[in-house]
Design a protein around this ligand. Structure first.
Ligand code: HAM
Length: 429
């Protein structure tokens, strides 16, 4: 009978493995993110990878890409309707509400580093699973909080060693003034619907704000002459935006005003912003966010202001590579223990444990290999020292310690090996 050929698996489209050689970059971005967030007084929160579907469906907005096309929905075996996290903010707001964080001193400053899932069209810098640093400042409606999160993100990029970037800034009004603008926008587009692209005709019905960031050539003249939100802002939104600009000026943070910046999530109110790499044609934002004063009410909670951002690790790491920012590679083992017979293998295991207890990375050779093969392996791993344990060493209680940098060799008593390796390097993992 012909054997059935087994399917060969690959990582699902739009996902990727983070290999050991990628980890120095991931660790660098993660450690820098944690350090900068803590410096700004933000504390870590982790929420589940999946939530009741409503947490995300109700908050992202009915006509948005996230809700219409991207969210991974599933039913579990108990028939609960769940969604994989497509973005971090709504889950964090659910946690804030559930744990009564409104009774803490406000604002509550939270950050998270977590994977998100979107059924998106994969391309460079756009994946179906991506990891975000997210920051949420919850409970403060003042533009000072907006300035703080922008400052945090700018500081994070600087600390990573990224070069110039452009901060795009806009205000999209609130529930007071935005409906009037949307009415005006619809009145303007209605007689022009056959001049614009098919997507715009859908946006006109479902998500009119997104008409403003259509990228189609034929839609550009229509956008150029469209009503401007800045003409419709209520006094409170106008005041908020002008204070934010003053704070950013005081911090020396340059920005470009971009009236077409509207963002892909419906929960935003007032401030929206994006950081873009400073290069021709850079389409994708490195990081983006804004204020979401109405989000908590969508979750059934009391009105609670909030502002924050998300920034994707994959895009940051691509950008670090593009800009040639060097990260030191993962440390090589300090010691490789070679052994030449079964009794020596036991001594090798014990020696490696003693060396690790002193804070050095140690690897014990696999059993049954020739000394030559073991030396080759130690070389390939980039080990600094090799300890060789054979019959002679077992009898004397010494090991032969070879320095692979200068190929010198000396005999060292077993108990003195950890010290002979020099000062231990603190673990970075
Ligand atoms: P977002 O703009 O959808 O906002 O995503 C934030 C960041 O995540 C983007 O600027 C980008 O760096 C990264 N990102 C998004 N989608 C992908 C993808 N498919 N592949 C790779 N990277 C991606 C949010 O998610 C909001 N929760 C941000 C926020 C927090 N607003 C207020 N607080």
């Amino acid at each position: 009978m012909a054997e059935k050929k087994l399917e060969k698996f690959a990582a699902p489209r739009g996902t990727h493995d983070i290999l050991p050689e990628d980890w120095p970059y991931w660790r660098y971005v993660r450690d820098t993110a944690e350090r900068i967030c803590e410096l700004f007084g933000y504390r870590r929160i982790d929420t589940p990878v999946f939530e009741s579907a409503g947490v995300y469906l109700r908050t992202a907005g009915a006509g948005t890409d996230i809700v219409e096309k991207e969210v991974y929905l599933f039913e579990d075996r108990g028939e609960a309707r769940l969604a994989l996290r497509p973005e971090g903010t709504a889950g964090v707001m659910r946690a804030y509400l559930e744990h009564g964080m409104s009774s803490l001193p406000q604002p509550v400053r939270l950050y998270y580093i977590a994977p998100n899932f979107r059924y998106d069209r994969p391309q460079a810098g756009r994946y179906r699973q991506h990891t975000q640093l997210g920051v949420e400042n919850i409970g403060d409606g003042d533009p000072l909080a907006d300035a703080e999160v922008v400052d945090l993100l700018r500081t994070f990029y600087r600390e990573l060693g990224l070069g110039d970037f452009v901060l795009k800034l806009n205000t999209i009004g609130d529930s007071e003034c935005r409906p009037k603008f949307i009415e005006a926008l619809r009145d303007y587009y209605r007689p022009r619907l056959d001049e614009v692209c098919a997507d715009d005709r859908v946006r006109f019905e479902k998500n009119p704000m997104r008409l403003l960031d259509c990228k189609e050539e034929r839609c550009q003249p229509v956008i150029a002459a469209a009503p401007r939100l800045s003409d419709y802002l209520c006094d409170a939104c106008r005041e908020h935006f002008s204070m934010l600009r003053e704070y950013l000026d005081a911090l020396g943070i340059a920005y470009e005003l971009d009236e077409r910046l509207v963002r892909g999530l419906d929960y935003y109110t007032r401030t929206v912003f994006e950081f873009h790499p400073f290069q021709e044609g850079a389409q994708s934002a490195l990081g983006s966010g804004g204020r979401y004063d109405g989000l908590m009410e969508l979750l059934g909670g009391p009105a609670t202001p909030g502002v924050g951002f998300g920034t994707g690790f994959e895009r940051l790491i691509l950008q670090l590579h593009r800009e040639g920012v060097e990260i030191s590679p993962a440390d090589a083992p300090a010691l490789f223990v070679a052994h030449l017979m079964p009794e020596a293998a036991k001594a090798a295991l014990r020696l490696a444990d003693a060396v690790r207890a002193a804070g050095h990375e140690a690897i014990v050779s696999s059993a049954g290999r020739s000394l030559k093969a073991q030396m080759r392996h130690a070389d390939a791993l980039g080990a600094r020292f090799v300890a060789i344990i054979g019959a002679e060493e077992l009898a004397s209680g010494d090991v032969t310690l070879r320095d692979l940098r200068d190929h010198s060799e000396r005999r060292v008593p077993l108990a003195d090996v950890p010290e002979a390796l020099g000062p231990a390097v603190p673990s970075t993992q």
